[in-house]
Design a protein. Structure first.
Length: 101
């Protein structure tokens, strides 16, 4: 599900089962990231699938990338793997106005 920044963030902040998932490359993450997010690089191909499979499917995932394209793909893959709640950040971190580190 695609969410605008304000809804994506406010929903995450009130979600006891929420997990921030950054699907960018390690180099991108080293530039800046949303605090508390975990990183699984979607470009790892099958490795990305294996790492997703290790995640708790009962949690709710708030997924982002640089501009929203890779994270939209990641949400689709997650749904195929049985994740019921994966929320894509429209515009990605490039349009992010919230906290970063």
């Amino acid at each position: 599900m695609n969410l605008e920044q304000q809804q994506w963030w406010s929903q995450f902040l009130t979600d006891e089962k929420g997990v921030l998932l950054d699907v960018r490359t390690e180099d991108e993450v080293n530039t800046s990231k949303i605090p508390g997010s975990i990183n699984i690089d979607i470009y790892q191909g099958q490795g990305f699938i294996y790492k997703l499979d290790d995640l708790d499917k009962t949690k709710n995932y708030y997924v982002y990338c640089a501009a929203g394209g890779r994270s939209a793909n990641a949400c689709n893959i997650m749904r195929e793997l049985g994740f019921s709640k994966a929320y894509n950040l429209i515009g990605g971190i490039s349009e992010w106005e919230g906290p970063t580190e």
